[in-house]
Design a protein around this ligand. Structure first.
Ligand SMILES: Nc1ncnc2c1ncn2[C@@H]1O[C@H](COP(=O)(O)OP(=O)(O)OP(=O)(O)O)[C@@H](O)[C@H]1O
Length: 209
């Protein structure tokens, strides 16, 4: 009998402690290929902290994270996970295109993708060679989102991806998520606002302040 594929990302009794007090958790979830989950919670409930634990920037206080069935480590996550946080990770003196080249140099590039098409898809056609510092907040966010189209990571961790985006930008994020899910990827998305997904109701993981 063939055993079923393990979840792409799972958390077991996961919590993060500050001064021995849990910031979130204990939390259990499993994200399978094609699944998008929305992490909801009020300001200060620990959404960003959870993301930072899942990217390895913070050590979990208790519990375990597994990636594609293997114990999570900085080695197992390299190339498998991409994180988009409040800090967009853009070099302001480089152009959008150059920033994408830095990302693909670090994390690899999906076959059949290219920087110019990715920038067109996020609404930045004509801005490819503009230094990022000259872009608006929403355009910077779009430049960071273009990275998601290029890198092959199967797990996306998106912290407040809708912030600073207009209605079309919000629809763009949902389109990117739908495409990622259709390719067998999984994503964890935080938001403290209401979100409507084109692809139906997402799973919800609720954190409490
Ligand atoms: N560097 C830090 N040092 C100490 N406490 C912190 C630090 N960062 C966050 N906290 C605390 O941890 C808790 C969770 O913060 P976190 O940023 O994860 O919440 P959040 O749900 O993402 O909030 P928001 O919706 O406002 O972005 C808060 O009580 C916050 O004050």
């Amino acid at each position: 009998m063939i055993s079923p594929a393990p979840p792409l990302l799972e958390a077991h009794a996961l919590s993060f402690l500050r001064q021995d007090e849990p910031v979130f958790g204990p939390l259990d979830f499993a994200l399978h290929p094609g699944e998008i989950a929305l992490v909801e919670g009020d300001n200060g409930s620990g959404k960003t902290t959870l993301m930072r634990v899942l990217t390895g920037m913070l050590r979990p206080g208790e519990g375990e994270v597994r990636l594609d069935g293997a114990a999570f480590s900085l080695d197992t996550m390299a190339g498998a996970v991409v994180f988009l946080g409040h800090h967009l990770g853009l070099k302001l003196d480089l152009s959008a295109r150059e920033n994408l080249r830095v990302s693909t140099g670090l994390y690899g590039q999906r076959a059949g993708t290219d920087e110019v098409s990715a920038l067109a898809e996020v609404g930045l056609a004509g801005f490819e060679d503009e230094p990022v510092r000259r872009l608006s907040a929403g355009q910077k966010k779009r430049a960071a989102l273009a990275r998601l189209l290029l890198v092959p990571a199967r797990v996306w961790l998106l912290d407040e991806p809708y912030a600073n985006l207009d209605r079309e930008g919000i629809a763009l994020v949902n389109r990117l998520l739908d495409g990622h899910a259709a390719r067998g990827g999984a994503a964890l998305v935080t938001s403290h606002g209401a979100v409507s997904f084109a692809g139906g109701e997402p799973r919800r993981i609720r954190l409490h302040a």
